[in-house]
Design a protein around this ligand. Structure first.
Ligand code: FOL
Length: 182
């Protein structure tokens, strides 16, 4: 429960700026995905959950066995989807989702988890206070990219529970970065 309409972005981005290819993640990095799971799930209070907000393509990219993402309120933004499973929230626009989720005192933190359309709205929205970006130190064939954002409006920061330094999982190097809006 917060008193302001603030939220964060979480994304993993390749060296060439990519986030997706043909409706899926371009890579498979188990420990990085565990970080995503931990960061988006973790809350202080029992009986309170975080919400993950995603576009339709991101929703459809999550493997059936993980969908809806467990331990989190799943929110899908789409004007065309007709139905989502029970318990999943569907809104036509990000703004409307944020407005109504803020009135929900059973939600702790809000995370925008993609894809490029929602990321673009978020990085340009002052209510999006932090970007949790994993920089993957490899190039991948991608057809979806993290949007350019005004780096003068953010500064790198450190955050509890975010491991520092170069990480590695089956030969792939990556680093967890956190940027806060100035
Ligand atoms: N942010 C970061 N840092 N890494 C990502 O891979 C990522 N992916 C998305 C958004 N932000 C990200 C969107 N894509 C799952 C699959 C695709 C996806 C997001 C999540 C998924 O299946 N998650 C399960 C897996 C748990 C596990 O393997 O440990 C989950 O419960 O979170």
């Amino acid at each position: 429960p917060t008193d302001d309409m603030v939220y964060s972005v979480i994304a993993a981005v390749s060296k060439n700026g990519g986030i997706g290819y043909k409706g899926n993640l371009p890579w498979k990095i188990k420990k990085e995905m565990e970080y995503f799971n931990l960061m988006t799930t973790r809350v202080n209070l029992k009986g309170v959950q975080n919400a993950v907000i995603m576009g339709r393509c991101t929703w459809q990219s999550i493997p059936d066995k993980y969908r809806p993402l467990k331990g989190r309120i799943n929110v899908v933004i789409s004007k065309t989807l007709n139905s989502v499973p029970e318990g999943v929230l569907l809104y036509p626009k990000l703004e409307e989702a944020l407005k109504s989720l803020y009135l929900n005192d059973r939600i702790e933190n809000l995370w925008v988890i993609g894809g490029s359309g929602l990321y673009k709205e978020a990085v340009n929205d002052k209510n999006c206070k932090k970007l949790f970006i994993t920089k993957i130190d490899q190039e991948y064939l991608c057809d979806t990219f993290f949007p350019d954002f005004d780096t003068k409006k953010f500064e790198e920061t450190s955050e509890a529970n975010v491991p520092k330094g170069i990480q590695e999982d089956n030969g792939i190097k990556y680093e967890f970065k956190v940027f806060k809006r100035l």
